[in-house]
Design a protein around this ligand. Sequence first.
Ligand code: ATP
Ligand code: MG
Length: 406
Amino acid sequence: MHSGRIGDADQSAAEAVHEDLNQLIRQHSEWLAAQLHSQRENLFPPDAAKMMRKFTSGEAASLLGVNDSYLRKLHLDGKGPSPELTPGNRRLYSVQDMLDLRHLLEKTARKAGDYLPGRRDGDHMQIIGVMNFKGGSGKTTTSAHLAQRLALKGYRVLAIDLDPQASMTALHGVQPELDLQDGGTLYDAIRYEDPAPIASVIRKTYIPNLDLIPGNLELMEFEHETPRALAQGQAGLFFFRVKDALAQVDDDYDVVVIDCPPQLGFLTMSALSAATGVLVTIHPEMLDVMSMSQFLRMTADLMDVIAESGADMSHDWMRYVLTRYEPSDAPQNRIVAFLRTMYGEKVLNAQMLKSTAISDAGLTKQTLYEVERSAFTRSTYDRAIESLNAVNDEIAELIQQTWGRK
Ligand SMILES: Nc1ncnc2c1ncn2[C@@H]1O[C@H](COP(=O)(O)OP(=O)(O)OP(=O)(O)O)[C@@H](O)[C@H]1O
Ligand SMILES: [Mg+2]
């Protein structure tokens, strides 16, 4: 046993370690930055804009909800957009082609909204907050795939990155530290002093029908400024700043998807107050579920405070979505069963399976929807995409129900 007393020699040794650690960490940070920089230069040369791949006729038919033979007939009859023909005479459709087809098909649809499922007169814009303060619970993966799937299905979508870490931003080809040097995040539109119109921070993406408000570290300002504004009595209803900003573009979108940071700060509270639908991501492991209990209690407490100031805390729906789920893992299955028993229909039936296809796509800053099927073993790709589609389509169904359709 040590005596507990640190001698002079020990102390200077401790300082030496301390200094070394500073240097070591700085050195590691520099290595990492340099490596990431060169990796990015390789993957995304500075002037290369990200592009969306084209879809096979089978994929296009499935997204549109028609038979491939019908799509082929339209093409042969010269109706609608002309797909690209491969040397093997296979047809490839761009997202814009599919959108044009939607408009064409909707004209003669059996039921209104079969091909353009977005809002109609009287339907309100859906604002979906994806949250959980547990880091790595799959918020960004869920948000990005949901936003892209809805856009591919013909909804007009706005994705908002509310996380200063800006993962969803990077996933969409915007480099937070290079492309956003003069602002350009939602912070510009929600700050207390001289807020900018939200339209000024909305960008088009490489997917028609999907716009993005990127994020970066500047969003942290909102966390710092809100207490100050509150103390000075200038914050007003701070928790409605996101909602009020979104009201400016209410006519332009069917669905807004907000990727929240992994903490319950003012940004998340504002997203929660704006949301008409809330998705809580859960990785079904014991530690995650334990921390979720705290997350839920703190959220409820904070919402009580907001409700006391007269705000309406009602929402259209709230669901838990199981993420990175491994059906072969017995402990995970016990937790899933436990959650389903406890929360019933509030847990989405579909679950996002853990898949190397999803994480590998993420490594090259892509969603699985952006990757060609040929990039992976077919069964791996199919299993992952089926699980993603099932989750996203269940959410689309909730949206439709909110609008009084099913
Ligand atoms: N279904 C999945 N299969 C495999 N890997 C996944 C899956 N979902 C997410 N991941 C990986 O897990 C990691 C964390 O996911 P993600 O970034 O979506 O979580 P997050 O909740 O947004 O994290 P943070 O709290 O840091 O914002 C990422 O590396 C992602 O690629
Ligand atoms: Mg994230």
